[in-house]
Design a protein around this ligand. Structure first.
Ligand code: HEM
Length: 485
């Protein structure tokens, strides 16, 4: 009887037939997260596919994902030992390394330095807010310039530069101009980062492809180069910080990390981890943030009535004589609702960074062995029909209660920052940043899509989903304001 129970508990994982050599690689399609959700309808929320030489377990739906990442948090906290992951942040990335005592120490340092320069006290909060507002106003000027004579433009790169600048201001105490060609070129290359590390990328699971001259090989080479270039940009700045380091004055996050790693006996990390931590933080906060902003502006242009309602609300709460601030957030629940709905609806980080199991584990009665690659389909949580009414409809009002206030139980159901031991450490920073960027842009501008092209939500797949075409035009509303320091 016990034997039968054990057998049932350790059922083989269901999943589609896997072809020799490639496995299910050719079945993923252009949008693997949608394919994963479709396969879940047939095989259940926990199933196995094969990609090249790797067995991969795919988790779908709110219940299975939370059971894995929260109830079995340690077992699902690993990262696969993919070759591409070792090319990131000089081989010492915290984000792309497996679960270990060292990873825990590294994550703690990254987390506490981030906090120290964002929400530690009212002074850091104010400084952080000023960085964001200044970047947002810089964007307003650039957008208006690009829109002269009713022209339309794609704001993608400007958002990339702005997001990178907020992180550079925190990490290095300085920003780089939108005209800085070296900075722009590096960020443009970095834009391709997510294609290689996104779940379903094939370079790591078909290593034999590297031995042939083929597109996959060049993906690897480009990936290696872009990581080296980005790492050496950060390393330069960290070396300058190390040379002028004064233990009594912490100028920025680089100083805080140097202090935590090099000047404390028990950090457990060597000094090379400083530049790796800074590289991780700038990298993590850049692609995600700029993608978030691209979708927000695109959806504002797609739903002009919603945009008009937000304009009206901002005018009422903030007025024309000052810019919105973080204190206004309480009174701008509709704006937060629009942001949460953008995150849910687009699920622009559709699948988390790949996880791996740190020991054997059983979930929903299915046995998963140690060191199995795990994909976590966030899109399926955000479109789970058991959880959301009409999940395919864009409706910010779903997050508001009858008094027009944000319903925290509903907003916490959105999964875009993942959950459990590997959840995003920039969650709070990101929400403040997205809110302020959007509030300032809306306060100053209205956005319109190019009427000569159909406005589509088509996107490319990678770690983030990026809109393919988003040509917009910005118009000044009221007066152009300066930043109050
Ligand atoms: C990891 C989402 C912004 C730092 C992650 C993960 C997701 C995510 C899905 C992977 C979690 C997993 O594998 O289970 C986002 C989104 C953002 C955002 C949607 C913006 C809207 C930021 C920012 C920072 C940051 C601004 C830093 C300042 C990190 C780090 C990790 C991470 C360091 C790795 C955590 C680990 O592996 O332990 N983020 N993120 N993120 N994020 Fe974010």
């Amino acid at each position: 009887c016990l034997w039968v129970r054990n057998l049932r508990l350790k059922r083989r994982l269901p999943g589609p037939f896997a072809w020799p050599v490639v496995g299910n690689a050719m079945q993923l399609g252009q949008m693997p997260h949608i394919t994963f959700a479709k396969l879940a309808k047939k095989y259940g929320n926990v199933y196995q596919i094969r990609l090249g030489c790797s067995d991969v377990v795919v988790l779908n739906g709110d219940r299975a994902i939370r059971e894995a990442l929260i109830q079995h948090s340690t077992e699902f906290a690993g990262r696969p030992n993919f070759v591409s992951f070792q090319m990131i942040s000089g081989g010492r990335s915290m984000t792309f390394t497996n679960y270990s005592k060292q990873w825990k120490a590294h994550r703690k340092i990254a987390q506490s330095s981030l906090r120290a320069f964002s929400f530690a006290n009212s002074q850091t909060k104010k400084a952080f807010e000023q960085h964001i507002t200044a970047e947002a106003m810089e964007l307003v000027h650039i957008f208006l310039r690009h829109s002269t004579d009713g022209r339309y433009f794609d704001p993608a790169y400007e958002f990339t530069v702005a997001a990178a600048n907020v992180m550079c201001a925190l990490c290095f105490g300085r920003r780089y101009g939108h005209e800085d060609l070296e900075f722009r070129t590096m960020l443009k290359k970095l834009d391709k980062f997510g294609e290689t590390v996104g779940a379903g990328s094939l370079v790591d699971v078909m290593p034999w492809l590297q031995s042939f001259p083929n597109p996959v090989r060049s993906v690897y080479e480009n990936f290696k180069n872009l990581n080296e270039e980005f790492f050496s940009f950060v390393k330069d700045k960290v070396v300058q910080h190390r040379e002028s380091f004064n233990p009594d004055v912490t100028r920025d996050m680089s100083d805080a990390i140097i202090n935590a790693i090099e000047h404390r006996q028990d950090s457990g990390l060597t000094k090379e981890f400083v530049e790796a931590t800074v590289t991780d933080l700038i990298g993590a906060g850049q692609d995600t943030m700029s993608t978030a902003m691209q979708w927000i502006v695109l959806l504002l242009a797609k739903y002009p009535d919603m945009q008009a309602q937000l304009h009206e609300l901002i005018d009422k709460v903030v007025g024309q004589d000052r810019l919105p601030s973080i204190e206004d957030r309480r009174s701008l629940a509709h704006l937060d609702a629009f942001i949460y709905e953008t995150m849910r609806f687009t699920s622009f980080v559709p699948v988390t960074i790949p996880h791996s199991t740190t020991s054997d584990v059983t979930i929903e009665g299915l046995h998963i062995p140690k060191d199995t690659v795990v994909f976590i389909n966030q899109w399926s949580v955000n479109h789970d029909p058991l959880k959301w009414k009409d999940p395919h409809i864009f409706d910010p009002a779903r997050f508001l209660n009858e008094n027009g206030a944000l319903d925290k139980d509903i907003t916490s159901g959105v999964m875009i920052f993942s959950t459990g031991k590997r959840r995003c450490i920039g969650n709070q920073i990101a929400m403040v940043e997205v809110f302020l960027f959007t509030a300032v842009l809306l306060h100053q501008c209205s956005f319109e899509a190019d009427p000569s092209e159909p406005l589509t939500l088509d996107c490319s797949y990678g770690l983030t989903l990026k809109p393919l075409r988003s040509r917009i035009s910005a118009k000044l509303r009221g007066k152009l304001l300066g930043v109050v320091s």
